[in-house]
Design a protein around this ligand. Structure first.
Ligand code: NAD
Length: 259
């Protein structure tokens, strides 16, 4: 799976998402993160086709929404996602949130899709350690990915260590905290030192922390800027300074609210 990709939450279906996805792919992105909840899978598919890069060179992620969870429901949701995107397989399919009483049946459906080779990797999103432990008690296949809110104000120290120990790859959503980190002075200082933007520094910090990152933008200049993070490296001191910004501050929902 690419370490870096485009997120398309809250990107309107139709021209907006088509243009964002096409622009990203034409500028080197190979991974796109959508979800049935985002209601833009059709446009994502169209953007991919317009970009003209072969399907097998791309990495497509989608997610099963809370109201679609359960074994049969998930199989149905998966085939709807394939149809909307216009593809015959996904690279990664995730359980969007740990809906209590449902996520184990949902996981069995993901295991079936994986064994049937309809999806190349399966994982979860927004799972705390206790959700992962509970799921793994009965799972035949371990989740390969856990996609969670992760940025300098929420560094998920324990969850990250747990996932590393269990060989579950962490992936960051809202890596830029939806634009709420751009007035941070420490980040600004580090960015100046490298001649990079704060967004680029944060995304580079993700990579050096071995966390997959999927920033969202619909603007060509930012789409290009966010991907331009492979020509510099943060020092250990800079990494430590960014790690120290943690406040355990969640901007999205706490996963336990779905319990
Ligand atoms: P993000 O942290 O990626 O922030 C996106 C916002 O930051 C943009 O809307 C824009 O305002 C700003 N921005 C982006 N690049 C910029 C730049 N270079 N300079 C200045 N501003 C810039 O927020 P996000 O969209 O919430 O998260 C990224 C992706 O993660 C989503 O699109 C989605 O794919 C995924 N996600 C998943 C979940 C989940 O529950 N699994 C939840 C939220 C998001």
């Amino acid at each position: 799976m690419p370490w870096f990709g485009l997120g398309v939450y809250k990107v309107e279906d139709g021209d907006t998402v088509i243009n964002a996805v096409r622009t990203a792919i034409q500028n080197g992105y190979r991974s796109i993160d959508t979800a049935s909840f985002y209601d833009n899978e059709k446009g994502v598919g169209e953007g991919i086709r317009q970009a003209g890069v072969p399907r097998e060179e791309l990495f497509l992620t989608s997610k099963v929404w809370n109201t679609q969870q359960g074994y049969e429901e998930t199989l149905q949701a998966f085939s709807e996602s394939l149809e909307k995107i216009g593809t015959d397989y996904l690279d990664l399919y995730l359980i969007h949130w740990p809906v209590k009483g449902k996520y184990k049946d949902t996981w069995r459906a993901l295991e079936k899709l994986y064994k049937d080779k309809q999806v190349r990797a399966i994982g979860v999103s927004n799972f705390h350690i206790h959700h992962l432990q509970d799921l793994m008690k009965d799972a035949e296949i371990k989740p390969m990915i856990n996609q969670v809110e992760y940025h300098p104000h929420l560094t998920q120290v324990e969850l990250k260590a747990f996932c590393e120990k269990e060989n579950i790859q962490l992936e960051a959503w809202s890596p830029l905290k939806r634009g709420r980190l751009f007035d941070n002075e420490i980040l600004a200082e580090i960015a100046n030192k490298y001649g990079k933007s704060i967004a680029q520094v944060i995304l580079r910090w993700d990579l050096q922390n071995k966390v997959i990152t999927i920033p969202k933008s619909v603007h060509e200049n930012r789409i290009i800027e966010n991907a331009d993070i492979f020509d510099f490296a943060l020092t250990d001191a800079d990494m430590a300074a960014i790690n120290a910004l943690n406040r355990n501050d969640r901007s999205g929902t706490n996963p336990d609210s779905y319990d």
